[in-house]
Write a protein that binds this ligand. Structure first.
Ligand code: URA
Length: 430
């Protein structure tokens, strides 16, 4: 019989929790047998004292086992997924999953909704008319087996402990804790029944991790826990000092994803899609050159059309993106003076899109799939006074607020700033 207060006191005083205590505690908490006030206190001790590698692995495994663990062993091949820690304009999952599946690597992808200033893959997919991300687990497995990929939202059965713990962390100041973020992400991902995971850990003004040191620590923790749990895990640290690509907003990002698969996407989003695809193929022991072939011969695009249709969406959006929701109005955000774009607060840009309706301020809010921002300028670009930096595509909601945030988010200087940081910063694990 474990007394939760003993665990709180031990952790408070710098001691460690034993595996069996962690499993019993997470199980009891998921069932409602440990009150939130005790779990809150324990979360705060974890926030302050951290976890050893062994504690983190046990905590993650206990969360994973709090619900259903998908069994994909009937599907041949190395099943690989990708997870991004969240950025602005980060639509990469949309072109990446079909591209990798087109190369013969099964991609069972379970994604989330937008969180704060960052967009969510599910919201983007649902801007495709008819597309359903709520598929029963059996159908999801069938999609991965037959088409090579499935794109769904987290079901109530996957890692229910995370759902409860995340809600509690949100109101107890314990979200930004590396062990708690690690266990939250890895428990959900590993419950998908994957063999390998590629993590895109974002660093910079639009990321949750603003410094390279924090992003590196998170990447190392996630890779470490994955390896302890017998999975192949590689993390790429990538730059998020400005939004990715040209589009920020759900349907706009679907359009850009189609462009990437047609070979005419922006340079950075295309490079990131390819870099992550190479890493996933490498993990599945497939030749990475297949990725370039699947992009240039249109197999990635055809796979995207196939999964859209299989999940109830209208595949005609591929040839005719005007079938996607479109905002009624456009308004340019203009450069206030001549100069160079020397800094972009990407989080501010994400929040500008959010107030237009592209994201949610609270979990209950509906999003407007059509609205968002189309960026014309990047870090380091020279602009003339009155020249459009970006265009707001809107439905007459939140425009003044968005313009206000954009004014604060863009810094102009007289001198050309140093060259922007490279997109790929480092690779950890593997
Ligand atoms: N995303 C998650 O899924 N969990 C966290 O704790 C933070 C980001």
């Amino acid at each position: 019989m474990i007394r939760t207060v003993d665990l709180i006191e031990r952790k408070r005083d710098g001691g460690a929790l034993r595996d069996e205590e962690i499993y019993a505690l997470i199980d009891a908490y998921t069932r409602g047998d440990v009150p939130d006030y005790q779990m809150s206190a324990l979360l705060m001790t974890i926030y302050l004292k951290g976890f050893s590698g062994a504690e983190l692995a046990a905590w993650t495994d206990a969360m994973l086992r709090s619900g259903e663990v998908l069994d994909l062993s009937s599907i041949p091949g190395v099943k690989v997924d990708k997870h991004s820690t969240g950025g602005v304009g980060d639509k990469i999952s949309l072109p990446l999953a079909p591209l990798v599946a087109a190369c013969g690597v099964p991609v069972p992808m379970v994604s989330g909704r937008g969180l704060g200033h960052t967009g969510g893959t599910l919201d983007k997919l649902e801007s495709i008319p008819g597309f359903s991300t709520q598929q029963p687990v059996e159908r999801f497995i069938e999609l991965v087996a037959t088409i090579g990929l499935g794109l769904i939202g987290q079901t109530a059965e996957i890692a229910p402990a995370d759902k409860k713990l995340y809600a509690l962390r949100d109101v107890t100041g314990t979200v930004p804790s590396i062990p708690l973020i690690t266990s939250s992400i890895m428990s959900k991902k590993l419950a998908e029944g994957i063999d390998g995971l590629v993590l895109d850990v974002k660093v910079g003004s639009g990321a949750f991790m603003k410094t390279e040191a924090d992003a590196r620590a998170l990447a190392e923790a996630m890779v470490g826990v994955g390896q302890r749990m017998g999975r192949r895990v590689v993390a790429l640290l990538t730059n998020m000092d400005q939004p990715l690509g040209r589009a920020v907003g759900n349907a706009l990002e679907v359009r850009e994803s189609i462009d990437i698969l047609k070979g005419c996407g922006p340079e950075d989003t295309t490079a990131l899609t390819l870099g992550l695809a190479y890493t996933m193929l490498d993990m599945a022991a497939k030749p990475t050159t297949d990725v370039d072939k699947a992009l240039s011969d249109g197999r990635g695009l055809a796979k995207f059309a196939e999964i859209i249709e299989a999940q109830g969406g209208d595949p005609r959006v591929i040839d005719d993106p005007n079938r996607l929701p479109t905002a009624r109005y456009k308004r340019d955000f203009l450069a206030p003076r001549d100069g160079y774009i020397s800094a972009i607060d990407a989080q501010g840009v994400g929040l500008a899109a959010l107030v237009l309706g592209a994201g949610r301020a609270t979990k209950e809010e509906d999003i407007d799939p059509a609205v968002g921002l189309m960026l014309h300028k990047r870090l380091g670009d020279k602009v003339k006074a009155g020249e459009p930096i970006l265009t707001l595509e809107h439905n007459d909601r939140g425009v003044d607020d968005a313009l206000h945030r954009l004014t604060a988010a863009y810094t102009l200087s007289d001198e050309a700033p140093p060259a922007a940081k490279p997109l790929f910063i480092d690779r950890i694990g593997g």
